[in-house]
Ligand binder design. Structure first.
Ligand SMILES: NC(=O)C1=CN([C@@H]2O[C@H](COP(=O)(O)OP(=O)(O)OC[C@H]3O[C@@H](n4cnc5c(N)ncnc54)[C@H](OP(=O)(O)O)[C@@H]3O)[C@@H](O)[C@H]2O)C=CC1
Ligand SMILES: O=C(CO)COP(=O)(O)O
Length: 314
């Protein structure tokens, strides 16, 4: 029996990748290896956004959250070809609206398929060709299947999912818990503490996500638990690095300039607390991370505050 893996055949696609940062270039590397054409757009690049948008069958945004609204308004002004599919790989919350990136893209292009790509995807490991898996989620099954075919390879196993909000929130909210995990390891609190933190952190993510309208089961998948485990247990994670260095006594102003790329969890925490307060959702771990990022408490204060909360059933 021939064990050569067979992947869904798809004719060569042209991907326009917005945001030639760490993740954009890593994703571009994956699809180039699969025989597809990639054109990058970056503010410092030599290709115009119009050129990239015009040529793309698939327009993939790997822009960090702080830039999504600006890029989106430029793309909206240009317009898209009728059959262009939008993929968003951003893991963040918009500071102005608290919306996710996919929600902003879908609001701007209501009749067009929007696919969310998220999973346990530390870029450096993927750049080394190490095996990984991810999820592509959309309300449009055909669009998700096409993106699945474009990215699938022997090193990158891609699953589809019909809950784009749950997939995106899993990847977004885990970054808050990654900061907390970095603090946990930076204070050398041990494996028991880390296990308790991740377990309660997943509960908090599910509470927020289902309140937001996502499906509970999505958070037990690759984009939820999977990405939580990868990000919270790796010094490759920028968000983990933020927490670890805060535990060592550094300030955010000292930490952020030295990071490679963007630690989305800093902005996500700020926006999440704002939204949780309005909606009165209990987010004890996120709240302590916020207090820490604001410089209002020390890492040890945060741990003590969580341990001394009123006792309750699990
Ligand atoms: N790195 C990783 O391991 C992973 C990252 N992600 C997510 O991908 C997203 C990007 O992360 P990452 O690539 O690491 O971050 P980087 O900081 O390396 O890249 C961010 C990109 O966003 C672009 N950008 C930022 N602001 C603007 C703006 N105002 N206008 C236009 N472009 C802008 C930058 O463009 P320019 O080049 O023009 O400056 C840059 O290409 C984040 O949401 C992250 O959570 C998801 C999975 C893995
Ligand atoms: O999203 C990621 C892994 O899935 C990358 O995590 P960081 O943004 O914390 O580096």
């Amino acid at each position: 029996m021939d064990n050569t893996p067979t992947f869904p055949a798809t004719k060569p696609q042209t991907l326009g990748i917005l945001g030639a940062g760490v993740w954009g270039r890593t994703l571009g590397q994956l699809v180039t290896q699969n025989g597809h054409r990639v054109e990058y757009w970056s503010r410092s690049g030599d290709r115009s956004l119009e050129e990239i948008v015009t040529e793309a069958n698939i327009l993939l945004s790997a822009v960090s959250m702080k830039g999504v609204a600006s890029v989106l308004s430029q793309v909206t002004a240009l317009g898209l070809a009728p059959d262009t599919i939008i993929v968003t790989a951003t893991k963040g919350l918009d500071p102005q609206t608290t919306a996710t990136a996919a929600q902003l893209w879908q609001q701007a292009f209501p009749a067009r398929p929007v696919v969310v790509l998220a999973g346990p995807n530390l870029s450096k490991e993927i750049q080394q060709g190490l095996p990984a898996a991810t999820v592509v989620a959309s309300n449009d099954e055909g669009a998700a299947s096409l993106v699945q075919a474009v990215f699938s390879s022997s090193n990158f196993r891609v699953y589809t999912n019909p809950d784009p909000l749950g997939v995106e929130l899993g990847g977004t909210l885990k970054n808050v818990m990654a900061i907390a995990s970095g603090v946990c390891d930076g204070l050398q609190l041990g494996t028991n503490a880390k296990a308790a933190l991740l377990t309660r952190g997943l509960t908090e993510i599910i509470r927020i996500g289902t309140h937001w309208g996502a499906q509970m089961e999505t958070f037990y998948g690759l984009s939820g638990l999977g990405d939580l485990l990868a990000t919270c247990n790796s010094p490759l994670s920028r968000n983990y690095q933020v927490g670890y260095q805060l535990a060592q006594g550094k300030t955010l102003a000292e930490i952020l300039p030295d990071l490679e790329g963007t630690a989305e969890g800093v902005n996500t925490t700020q926006v999440l607390i704002q939204r949780a307060k309005t909606l009165q959702i209990s987010v004890p771990i996120s709240y302590q991370v916020h207090q820490l990022l604001e410089g209002k408490i020390t890492p040890k204060d945060a741990v003590e505050a969580l341990m001394l909360r009123d006792i309750k059933p699990e």
